[in-house]
Design a protein around this ligand. Structure first.
Ligand code: ZN
Ligand code: ZN
Length: 365
């Protein structure tokens, strides 16, 4: 599905949502510098930008490298700074007589904060704003879901192409490189995180880095990969087995698959994130494996690979239709390895749509 255009109109309602919410938060403006938030509100994808959101719209500050790109991508007023952006931002704050300026403490370096604060006009103040834009980003538009879907499809195709080349003796690093090469050849800009390929006992490390170790007969192999396409992330984990799996591997695999299906089953608009996590965890408990499940069941994804909501033990937030989340229970046993199965799904009123097309059987090679 590729019928959605990335028109400038996509950004206007988002910017308006922030503009019109300023008064309620007793702010005159919000300063946004974090890439994904900047892109979400303005369309600008460059690496150096500040967006000053005002009641009537936004001003985008960037440097001369992005002079052409900023005007192509964004409908905001664009100001090209000759030096550090903060100088021009401060000049605008003074010129417009802004008093209360919201900033994103979780998204700003101490250096940037100090540079801004030290030269602020006398009557102006900086007000911490946490999670506002991230909250808007949680529920995806149909155009965003179409992009996530494409990213997921590219990722799954890259997986199939690379996995068909796996043989005993192939290095973890080489399989990771092959997966990333394939996703780029299929239209992705880059991987959405460092591809994980972990064979044998290394699979017990949930975030293992691929090594030069060869994949060997008897190895369980965790492959966790994601693509970024048109700015949007995908995320999938699948398991390979080289040789013939024994009873313990089969039983553990079945437990994780049941847990993953139970998690998916629990997803629907109105369900709490905690409840979804619990559904997956309970299944593993039935197999005596709950203590080997050392992370949360899933996370939101979109412009970033990890976004709110988190789907964990203590997350009370309610799922809403249009959220894109992963469901990825796993078990990690030292001296055995790890098993994780992960799909990307979109929350709907009555359940969810699983975007990941890849089959969930253990791939025996
Ligand atoms: Zn993953
Ligand atoms: Zn994930």
């Amino acid at each position: 599905m590729t019928g959605y255009n990335v028109g400038e109109n996509e950004f206007e309602p988002r910017l308006r949502a922030v503009s019109s919410g300023l008064a309620e938060r007793k702010l005159d403006s919000l300063l946004v510098s974090f890439g994904p938030n900047l892109r979400y509100l303005s369309g600008f994808t460059g690496s150096n930008g500040n967006l000053l959101v005002l009641p009537g719209g936004g001003i985008l500050f960037t440097d001369p490298r992005y002079q052409i790109q900023a005007r192509q991508e964004s409908a905001c007023k664009v100001r090209i700074a000759k030096g550090p952006l903060v100088v021009d931002v401060l000049a605008a704050i003074a010129r417009l007589g802004l008093r209360r300026i919201g900033y994103e403490p979780a998204r700003m370096t101490c250096d940037s904060f100090e540079a801004l604060k030290s030269k602020l006009p006398m009557k102006a103040s900086l007000e911490a704003v946490t999670g506002w834009v991230e909250e808007l980003r949680m529920v995806k538009s149909p155009a965003e879901i179409a992009r996530i879907r494409r990213s997921v499809e590219t990722n799954s195709r890259a997986f199939e192409q690379a996995v068909s080349r796996v043989r005993p003796g192939m290095k973890e690093q080489d399989l990771a490189a092959e997966l990333e090469y394939r996703m780029r050849r299929l239209g992705a800009e880059k991987p959405s995180f460092e591809t994980i390929v972990a064979g044998g006992v290394r699979g017990a490390l949930p975030h293992a880095q691929p090594t030069a170790a060869p994949l060997q007969s008897g190895d369980l192999v965790v492959v966790d990969m994601g693509a970024v396409q048109d700015g949007y992330c995908s995320d999938m984990t699948r398991m390979l087995f080289l040789g013939s799996p024994d009873a313990k591997v089969k039983r553990t695999y079945r437990a994780v698959l049941e847990a993953q299906l139970a998690g998916i089953d629990a997803v629907r608009a109105g369900a709490s994130a905690k409840r979804v996590d619990q559904a997956a965890r309970e299944v593993l408990k039935g197999y005596g494996l709950d203590r080997a499940f050392v992370h949360s069941t899933g996370h939101g994804l979109g412009l970033e690979i990890h976004e709110p909501p988190r789907i964990g033990k203590r997350d009370k937030s309610k799922l809403l239709a249009g959220m894109a989340v992963t469901i990825e229970p796993g078990v990690y046993l030292e001296d055995f390895g790890g098993i994780r199965i992960e799909d990307t799904v979109v929350v709907t009123e009555n359940g969810c749509e699983i975007l990941t097309p890849t089959g969930k059987e253990l791939r025996v090679i």
